[in-house]
Ligand binder design. Sequence first.
Ligand SMILES: [Zn+2]
Length: 64
Amino acid sequence: MNTPPHRPTWPRVSPCLHCGVPVLRDNDGTPIHASLSYVCRDRWGQITSTTATPAGVPTGPRHG
Ligand SMILES: [Zn+2]
């Protein structure tokens, strides 16, 4: 039997706060939609004024 080795925990994926599309991180750590688009799109595919924002991220006061 081939038992796969222990897999590292996959980074938690959160849905976009604006459009609900899963949000990942690019190589620079910038949030990007799983659709590989930085900007949000509405249900009709129109680009909106918002960008990928993972929900669940604390939105409290930031440093600085
Ligand atoms: Zn979005």
